[in-house]
Design a protein around this ligand. Structure first.
Ligand code: SAM
Ligand code: ZN
Length: 274
């Protein structure tokens, strides 16, 4: 676990390993146990009662992402990260760590920390990091991203994929030459999925969000067509916002499909600090 950029969420002093290495401690005596899978819970304040994505959602996402349909998105973010030769990467809202792990593997000299409020997500992510022998420099914390336990100006890049954007907090933790890289759905993202469910599917609005204290410097548009096999259609649907908005009859339409061809369209927005 990389600790040099971590601070205590209570008193904001630096965190380091306790004797024996089973917890993180600060000079004021606050202590945070490291779980058997290797993550640490640094939640506090308003985030304590928010839980993030459920076990079912996290598992669906893991099954779908593991099949590689979104690999072009992961590679696009790596291309964006490459421009800053990152030494410290924070993945804010990392879920079960599919992308986070890809970043750690792509930048063998970087320390990477993923934060998410979903305990099942962080648990799966840390188990995978341990399995891959990456725990020394790829670690995870259950924690809200609006109040990160990270030193000011210590991070080369914050990545924020399909997750809420905490612009002010990201600006605080980023070095002055750092980059914020967000990933949002493109206009035609998953249009084939929507067309399979709805009579009148709508395109997404194009997002070029302005974020206070940042300027949008570059955009990478990932555009692919994917044929999703039967076993992955429902996991994909479960990880979309449509899952909660769709009635049972429309959901059943997906179950009868043998495969689904759809656009995968993600916009990678690269911001620098001003
Ligand atoms: C759509 S998922 C994306 C996960 C991952 N980045 C990916 O693309 O696979 C959004 C994630 O944001 C997390 N999340 C939502 N609000 C959060 C918050 N305030 N702090 C930390 N994580 C949050 C959820 O638990 C969920 O894992
Ligand atoms: Zn403390």
């Amino acid at each position: 676990m990389i600790t040099d950029i971590l601070v205590c969420p209570i008193c904001r002093n630096g965190l380091s390993f306790s004797e024996g290495g089973r917890s993180l401690v600060c000079p004021s005596g606050h202590c945070f146990d490291i779980s058997s899978s290797g993550y640490v819970n640094l939640t506090r304040g308003s985030s304590v009662n928010i839980s993030g994505d459920s076990k079912d959602m996290i598992r669906a996402r893991r099954d779908f992402l593991a099949a590689g349909y979104y690999l072009p998105i992961a590679n696009g973010v790596v291309e964006a990260l490459d421009a800053v030769s990152p030494s410290r990467i924070v993945d804010a809202g990392c879920g079960e760590g599919y992308y986070t792990s890809h970043f750690a593997k792509s930048f063998p000299h970087a320390g990477v920390i993923g934060f998410d409020l979903s305990k099942p997500g962080i648990e799966l992510a840390s188990k995978a990091a341990k399995r891959d022998g990456l725990s020394d420099r790829l670690s995870y914390s259950v924690c809200g991203i609006f109040d990160l336990p990270i030193r000011d100006r210590s991070v080369s890049a914050v990545t924020n994929l399909f997750a809420p954007c905490a612009g002010e907090e990201f600006r605080r933790v980023l070095r002055d030459d750092g980059r914020l890289i967000t990933v949002v759905a493109g206009v035609r993202h998953l249009f084939g999925l929507k067309a399979a469910i709805y009579d009148e599917p709508y395109e997404n609005e194009e997002r070029r969000d302005s974020i206070d204290g940042f300027v949008l410097d570059d955009i990478i548009e990932v555009r692919q067509t994917a044929t999703i096999s039967k076993e992955h259609i429902f996991p994909l649907f479960t990880m979309t916002p449509y899952y909660f908005r769709t009635g049972e009859r429309d959901k059943d339409k997906l179950l009868s499909l043998d495969s689904l061809t759809t656009e995968v369209a993600a916009d990678i927005l690269i911001y620098r600090k001003v």
